[in-house]
Design a binder for this molecule. Structure first.
Ligand code: TSJ
Length: 671
């Protein structure tokens, strides 16, 4: 096939893909037009990208910091695809002065040939036709998809400007766009014998109103993760914003997801209990699905299972996770029976027992990934469940038989977990028998609401007694309940599930919500529709948020998955002018307000919830008509969990880092 044919095939594939996506969406019509009246179709192309600028959230999830960082991932994903196809070995990501992003790879270069249908070079199509970028194969897997797998044209539409340079081993081509509009035709600007693609862009402050400043740590985390998931790909990240302090990291892991498991254990200073990282992989017959699993147990009591589909972190799990869990429980029990570790009248080990202290990564790559759920972070393909289940059943049994000493250590741990859980269950049952009226057990500190209809009620979990007082007096007592938190923080990391029940900070939360925890969790017993964490915007407040999110993440995960958990946003400032006052919830909003108000103003900075009286607290933070609340997503809870581990760990250095990281993490909750 000559080059021209190849390009035409690529464009055809892209267009097919565009039609497949959803014919009901606005831009599908646009693409149809492009096909029909090829030639002068620039106007139609612009209309397509205008749709992105009108409703950016539809394409990148949010226009907050999360969406901003997403732009970088969208571009880098294309280079990773090129690496997976076997044509690219190095990817550079640079944050230049002024928060300009530059991504360079040494791949084949985006094709520059003109397509006879559109009259445009392929590279121009990639950047100006919606759904075109990154959606085509060319060997390897299509690693786009998920929530935001929308490609280069969306990044282009949301950039103040974007420049692309392509080297095909002979000529250097260049094109510039501003807010998605072509500024110059693709032009040759020089000669070069190397190949590759370079994209530079500046996120548009008109779209990303909150901020266009990147956080190194967020990019570092995601790029490191991508390097783990794509073994052997070399990614370099460099921060050149401060020329006196250039920061850089190189990520390249020949061990792939095995290195990922090792890294997690090192970072969290967790002690492993057997030497090898257990690793399995498989591909299906027609090579449309690949599965990789890496796992190892540590001496903590927590499960840390990270799942990915097409390099996208599936925070809500899905079929790959289900297959893994089912097979792991099956194999461990099967083995235990076979080797007499469980006697005939012993109970089976539960899923929680066999996952206690387990760190595992599951990465699947497949041609037609289906992502489900509200956040599109759950894998739906049923054939993956069967495949992962079979892989683990086949290979794990063999591993255990061939590695008896590791097998013994793993079983002893699961057995200990099973016994602790059983003891805890008995203790709970006894406690219940003493007070048969479940409702009589509600915690003393809870100021419950009048309504008993869980579809309309809310519970505010409030740190501090003085804020609790204002909240109690200021609330809508018909539907709003207040639970003040007090008592010492529990080290959930080191405690087993049975310890959670005795804890004076968490027990009231468990009884107030009514659902139970762990495998006993029952969402139909939930007593409130919204569980709202209300804490100060300071370090102590972020500790309590981290504790609660970690607790929910570990023991009441479906509560977060179903979107019941929220974080209240109290204002940071009150701006008074004469008799009027307004509230600002961020520094940027304060500055904006001050700029728009003429005359003398007074600013009060709230240091804590306790400084607000009941009317102020109601008006700013609790009134369903006026308040701002953040809904917690699984990724937020997972981040809290990680932070919590570091906070509670033995090492001082990570703890210091935490204080900084945690402040950021709270900011980044732009749900
Ligand atoms: F899409 C993009 F613009 F965002 C982007 C794409 C950004 C960056 C930094 C790199 C890339 C990119 C695309 N790197 N490498 C490629 N490769 C291709 O587009 C390509 C080249 C040749 C062939 C072929 O079949 O000959 C196929 C493809 C997909």
């Amino acid at each position: 096939m000559d080059n021209k044919e190849k390009i035409e095939e690529i464009i055809e594939k892209m267009e097919d893909k565009a039609f497949e996506i959803d014919e009901s969406v606005e831009d599908a019509a646009v693409i149809t037009k492009v096909e029909q009246e090829y030639g002068a179709d620039e106007i139609q192309v612009l209309e397509g990208l205008e749709a992105v600028r009108k409703r950016p959230g539809m394409y990148i999830g949010s226009t907050g910091p999360r969406g901003l960082h997403h732009l970088v991932y969208e571009i880098v994903d294309n280079s990773i695809d090129e690496a997976l196809a076997g044509y690219c070995s190095k990817i550079d990501v640079v944050i230049e002065k002024g928060d300009i992003i530059r991504v360079t790879d040494n791949g084949r270069g985006i094709p520059v040939g003109v397509n006879s249908k559109t009259g445009l070079p392929a590279v121009t199509v990639v950047f100006t036709v919606l759904h075109a970028g990154g959606k085509f194969g060319g060997g390897g897997y299509k690693v786009s998809g998920g929530l935001h797998g929308v490609g280069a044209s969306v990044v282009n539409a949301l950039s103040e400007w974007l420049e692309v340079k392509v080297c095909d081993g002979e000529d250097v081509y260049f094109q510039r766009y501003e807010r998605g509009r072509i500024i110059n035709e693709l032009e040759k600007i020089g000669k070069s014998d190397v190949k590759g693609t370079e994209v530079r862009f500046k996120a548009d402050p008109e779209i990303f109103k909150e901020t266009t400043v990147y956080e190194y740590d967020i990019l570092e985390r995601r790029l490191r993760e991508q390097a783990f998931l794509n073994a052997g790909v070399h990614i370099e990240l460099r921060d050149e914003r401060d020329e006196d302090n250039i920061i850089k990291n190189n990520f390249m892991y020949e061990g792939g997801i095995k290195s990922f498991v090792e890294y997690i254990h090192k970072k969290r200073s967790l002690e492993v209990i057997h030497p090898d990282i257990i690793y399995f992989s498989a591909r299906n017959k027609d090579d449309t699905i690949s599965v990789e699993i890496a796992m190892q147990y540590n001496d903590s009591y927590n499960e840390n299972l990270l799942t990915f589909a097409n390099n996208i972190h599936t925070t809500d799990g899905g079929t790959h996770e289900e297959g893994f869990k089912r097979a792991l429980t099956y194999v461990m029990n099967d083995y235990a029976r076979k080797f007499g570790k469980l006697k005939d009248n012993d109970k089976n080990l539960s899923g929680e027992d066999v996952r206690e202290g387990l760190t595992a990564i599951i990465s699947v790559k497949l041609k037609e990934a289906q992502f489900e759920g509200q956040t599109k972070a759950k894998l739906g393909n049923t054939e993956v469940r069967t495949m992962v289940d079979k892989l683990v059943r086949d290979k794990l049994m063999t591993y255990l038989e061939e590695n008896p000493s590791a097998a013994r250590i793993i079983f002893d741990k699961a057995l200990a977990s099973s016994r602790a859980r059983e003891a805890a269950r008995k203790a709970r049952e006894q406690a219940r028998r003493k007070t048969p009226l479940e409702s009589a057990q509600l915690p003393g500190k809870l100021a419950d609401c009048q309504s008993k209809d869980p579809s309309e009620t809310e519970i505010f979990i409030v740190e501090g007694d003085s804020a609790g007082g204002s909240a109690k007096n200021g609330r809508d007592r018909r539907i709003q309940a207040i639970l003040p938190l007090w008592g010492k923080m529990l080290n959930v990391e080191k405690a087993r599930i049975d310890k959670v029940y005795g804890n004076d900070k968490l027990t009231p939360v468990i009884t107030a919500l009514g659902t139970g925890i762990g495998e006993d969790f029952d969402i139909t017993k939930l007593r409130y529709d919204k569980v709202i964490i209300m804490a100060d915007a300071d370090v102590d407040g972020s500790h309590i948020r981290t504790l609660l999110l970690t607790f929910f993440f570990r023991y009441m995960r479906p509560l977060i998955e179903a979107g019941h958990v929220y974080i209240a946003q109290p204002p940071l400032y009150r701006i008074t002018k004469g008799k009027e006052h307004r509230y600002a919830y961020s520094d940027a909003q304060r500055d904006q307000m001050l700029a728009s108000i003429e005359g003398k103003t007074e600013i009060q900075r709230y240091k804590g919830l306790g400084e607000m009286d009941k009317e102020q607290l109601w008006e700013t933070t609790m009134d369903p008509e006026n308040r701002i609340m953040l809904r917690v997503e699984m990724s937020d809870a997972e981040a809290a969990d990680e932070t919590f581990t570091i906070l509670m760990g033995d090492k001082v250095e990570p703890r210091r880092e935490f204080i900084e990281q945690n402040a950021k993490y709270v900011q980044n909750l732009d749900v």
